[in-house]
Design a protein around this ligand. Sequence first.
Ligand code: SF4
Length: 441
Amino acid sequence: MTADAPTVWLTTLGCAKNQVDSDKITGMLSAAGYRSAETPEAADVVMVNTCGFIEPARRESVDTILDVAGAKRDDASLVVIGCMAQRYEKELAEALPEADAVIGLDRYPELIDRLDAMRRWTPITIGTARRSHMDILYETRRPTPATPYAYVKVAEGCDKLCTFCAIPQFRGKQRSRNPENIRAEAAELAAAGVAEIGLVAQDLAAYGRDIDGPGIVDLVRSVTTVDGLRRLRLYYLYPREIRPALIEEMAGNPLVADYFDLSLQHTSGPLLRAMKRPGSGEQHRDLITRIRDAAPAAALRSSFIVGFPGETDDDVDDLASFLSDVELDWAGFFPYSPEEGTEAAVMDGQIPDGEKQERLRYLQAIQDEITTSRTIEQIGRTVTVVVDQVEDGMPVGRSYREAPEIDGVIILDHGEPGEWVTAEVTGGFGTDLEAVVRGPA
Ligand code: SF4
């Protein structure tokens, strides 16, 4: 029997959407009386929120589970949650005897009851009736993140049919969240000092299709009326969903970062068709031109899959020319990973891993040069920077060009976390910039 409220330590792998789930689970646990532990060694319950997206992410999740299992006290409980738990619940439970419970996304409503039973803890605030209706999309988060930015999830699941992606299998069809509830969460975060909010979803620009309500443009307008919000960033825009009205809103609304996070995936028409994704290199170019016409200083990011079944050397060269022509600010390259249950996993023309890595290195090297030159072009410009943190005495922040945790950063001569400043960029190295603060922003 645990006399005091149990303590929980939770670590999160994967994307911003998983981080949002962890924030919400932390909120639920705190409402149920659980306390946070600083380290796995100090916790009664250690939890790993896993990522099940592709093979390297799953490997990292399993390594983390094993590390945490080794670090925790013998009498502490180990609970595995998240996408990988959802996707491989039974297999994980069998393969990892270290885990006391493996709880997938669908079973989050049972999560706290399971923990209570495990720790023999009598909850203090959440009633059983409410728990059984728990919906992670609608849970309020608590505590407020320590950073001046936070993500707000606006929908769960995806209606697209990309042949490489297993997400719809385990996250289900798109389920958009009620817009008032999204705005209320943004307002709560802004009131607590979070001035940059990132809207996230598997297919953000398709927000609202499944509900009788506003679409993404109206949602953006509504969220940007929140008091105290200074920057809204949109993540994961499926190219065909980027309609003129959305470009216009992003370019014209001063609170929306001119940051276009496109998921182009490839430029070869036949490969895109095999992926069941729209467009072609030409259409991608056209989209980028339209974005730059509307927002000349727009920062562009995209992700690409390398080594999809059937990809030829010509396809790789086609993508390489595209990168050189359009000069994206940032790009991520992922080796194609055959995911169980997806169409692409059983397609002919699978590419050997070594070849995928070679192609990836080739494309990455091209993009690295472009990213460096796009970064250096910023020197001499004056930008608005939010200070995220002070690291080894150096204030580290970001302008609209840099998304947290994924792009470069701006190192300032002074500044405090949460402060917004106007700064002049004086130098650049690799993906990062140096800037001198000229005044408050
Ligand atoms: S749009 Fe994204 S989440 Fe949806 S199926 Fe395609 S890759 Fe997967």
